[in-house]
Design a binder for this molecule. Structure first.
Ligand code: MTE
Ligand code: MO
Length: 321
């Protein structure tokens, strides 16, 4: 039997799997920090034989290979849709797809409000018509230390923001996930403060890379990936990329986000991918690309430094983590 070097033990393996954790039935608040976005073990799922044989990517139909601008192959449709973080359904990544399969995606409206000249309630189908989607192949780096390359469909968030005309006092954007315990099972318990909320500084939100995601692999976005509308901010840890958006608010003050509220010492507002700033409980210097066995080095700003580093000029990124 092959010996496992300590250098091969990933943060994902250091902690109890979420499945075991849930089995313990420990919903006590004292255990909150263990559960809150801590690395979950990768059991089967993304690492099964079946998946590694096609781990070099390809479209769902198998034709052609997509890759990001660094030359890395896109993850498979199977991996992207069956290894998900979506705490409203379950903290068990392999089970999200099944639990979300009946999540109703219509009717769906998105309210844009707050410090804007033209507040508006959009029907999702009007958004899809009004803002044509294009393919953007982005890396997604989870704070837990794994990553994927994902061929999203979507449009720059700036297009939507420009249409409602942010006022000069608007400095931040606050985004809300649906709050509906009847459709999102874990919202029934009081372990977390729902709804999931995220935020960006207005200039981050207006950056061309910041994507409103409407699809995946040229098809409709599956529920488990945040349909019908989710965000993708590729230079930040994945938890910034909020799913199932129902409300967008332009505000003057930095919003308190879901994870900042749950564990302020662990999750900051900026959450830019940064190999030099460890998470309090694990290093961020490397990551495991789903479908690969070896870890790879994590790139500053997840490889998008050229495009976005200027947004943070003069800021101490250890303070503004
Ligand atoms: N509403 C909501 N959005 C969320 C999450 C969540 O639990 N709820 N998880 C985040 C985390 S931690 C990650 S890594 C990504 C995962 O996106 P994916 O499942 O499409 O890969 O979604 C983010 N958006
Ligand atoms: Mo994540």
């Amino acid at each position: 039997m092959k010996k496992i070097l300590s250098s091969e033990i990933t943060p994902e393996q250091v902690y109890l799997s979420r499945r075991e954790f849930m089995k313990m039935g420990a919903l006590a608040s004292g255990m909150l920090l263990l559960a809150s976005c801590s690395p979950g073990i990768v059991t089967g799922g993304s690492n099964t034989k079946e998946n590694t044989t096609e781990a070099s990517g390809g479209t769902p139909s198998g034709q052609g290979q997509l890759s990001d601008e660094l030359g890395d192959a896109a993850n498979t449709y199977q991996d992207i849709t069956h290894f998900n973080n979506y705490y409203e359904f379950t903290p068990v990544k392999e089970d999200v797809a099944d639990l979300a399969k009946d999540f109703p995606l219509r009717p769906w409206s998105v309210e844009v409000a707050g410090l804007v000249d033209h507040p508006k309630v959009y029907d999702i189908d009007d958004i899809l018509k009004k803002f044509p989607s294009e393919e953007r192949i982005y890396r997604l780096r989870c704070v837990e230390g794994w990553s994927m390359v994902i061929p999203w469909m979507g449009f720059s968030f700036s297009k939507l923001l420009n249409e409602v005309s942010p006022q000069t006092e608007a400095k931040f954007v606050k985004l809300y996930t649906l709050d509906d315990p009847a459709q999102m099972p874990t919202q029934d318990d009081s372990w977390f403060s729902w709804p999931y909320v995220e935020g960006l500084r207005l200039d981050e939100a207006m950056h061309d890379l910041t994507l409103m995601v409407t699809g995946l692999y040229g098809k409709e976005l599956p529920a488990q990936n945040g349909a019908p509308l989710r965000l993708a901010v590729p230079w930040k840890y994945g938890f910034k990329s909020i799913k199932a958006i129902v409300r967008i608010e332009l505000v003057n003050e930095m919003p308190l986000t879901f994870w900042m509220n749950e564990a302020p010492s662990e999750y900051g507002f900026y959450a830019n991918v940064n190999p030099d700033v460890p998470h309090p409980r694990w290093s961020q210097a490397s990551e495991r690309r789903i479908g690969e066995l070896r870890r790879r080095r994590t790139l500053p700003f997840n490889g998008y430094a050229e495009e976005v580093a200027s947004l943070y000029q003069g800021m101490d990124l250890e303070v503004y983590f």
